[in-house]
Design a protein around this ligand. Structure first.
Ligand code: SF4
Length: 281
């Protein structure tokens, strides 16, 4: 089985991503975010190592066209805590760096800074997801991911190493982190690009959300399942509300002169890519 596959976000017709490949060094994820979109994968919250990862990666890399863009990772985090010891992602990054390819790293972990020495000498960009500045909110939303202040610090170090730095402000969740949009963008105003998106819900993520925030049970049900719309396998808030929320992201980014894009929203943005991959030269 391949470890690098064509990126195909659930065949979403509103995906604006450029053509890219997906590589997840691990199966499952140890960060246990309650809103996670990948939990349709069985036993997803249990992190597993892939058998023969590096030989399979070597084989798949040989099949990619020159200049191909690899996104690492889309449905798990490439830097789970065990990576500090195993260094599988580091070895994979090293292997990718030996070819004429582009790498977009997407993570919630500050461990990515460890690999800046390789990333800075290859064509890469690093996207760090930060949903809140509050450690308390993060401990409920993303209980086993590094604290927000560590992620901000990591993004700054990435930027200082000369690697394009991308803030992923995703998901924006009504009544939980939407009040922080401007503050968060100001805190990360040194980044080169911002990707943002509103929360999408499925049955399982809705159940986890209301278990953590029971006071939002009716509000989320109303906004998503009664007034919202279903696109693909996910429930969205209605377009006017999403537009209003993301307009705030757009306005603040314009004030701070940072490029921005939206992920799977079907909304207009001006930058050359939603995911920030245009920064990888
Ligand atoms: S880091 Fe990403 S893949 Fe991992 S649990 Fe959180 S949302 Fe899911």
């Amino acid at each position: 089985m391949r470890v690098i596959t064509e990126f195909d976000p659930w065949k979403s017709r509103i995906c604006t991503c450029p053509r890219k490949y997906s590589f997840n060094p691990y199966t499952g994820c140890a960060h246990h975010c309650i809103y996670c979109y990948s939990t349709y994968i069985p036993d997803f919250y249990r992190l597993r190592q892939k058998k023969m990862l590096l030989p399979r990666l070597e084989r798949d890399l040989r099949t990619l066209p020159e200049n191909a863009l690899i996104s690492m990772s889309n449905s798990s985090d490439p830097y789970p805590p065990v990576e500090k010891e195993l260094e599988l992602t580091r070895k994979a990054v090293e292997m990718i760096s030996e070819r004429n390819l582009r790498l977009l790293v997407v993570t919630k972990s500050d461990t990515v800074v460890r690999d800046a020495d390789i990333l800075e000498r290859m064509r890469s960009a690093v996207s760090v997801t930060i949903t809140t500045l509050s450690s308390e909110t993060a401990s409920v939303l993303e209980p086993d991911a590094p604290a927000p202040y560590k992620r901000i610090r990591a993004l700054r170090k990435i930027k200082n190493s000369g690697i394009p730095a991308i803030l992923r402000l995703d998901p924006v969740i009504p009544s939980i982190n939407d009040h922080e949009i401007e503050k968060l963008l100001e805190k990360a105003s040194f980044v080169d690009h911002v990707v943002s998106s509103t929360l999408k819900l499925r049955g399982d993520s809705y159940r986890r959300m209301i278990a953590a925030f029971p006071e939002l049970k009716e509000k989320l049900r109303e906004m998503y399942f009664r007034e919202g719309e279903k696109l693909g396998n996910s429930w969205y808030m209605k377009k006017e509300i999403r537009k209003k929320i993301l307009q705030r992201v757009a306005e603040k980014c314009e004030e701070l002169e940072i490029s921005y894009g939206f992920c799977r929203e079907g909304l207009f943005f001006k930058s050359r890519s939603c995911d920030g991959s245009h920064l990888i030269q």
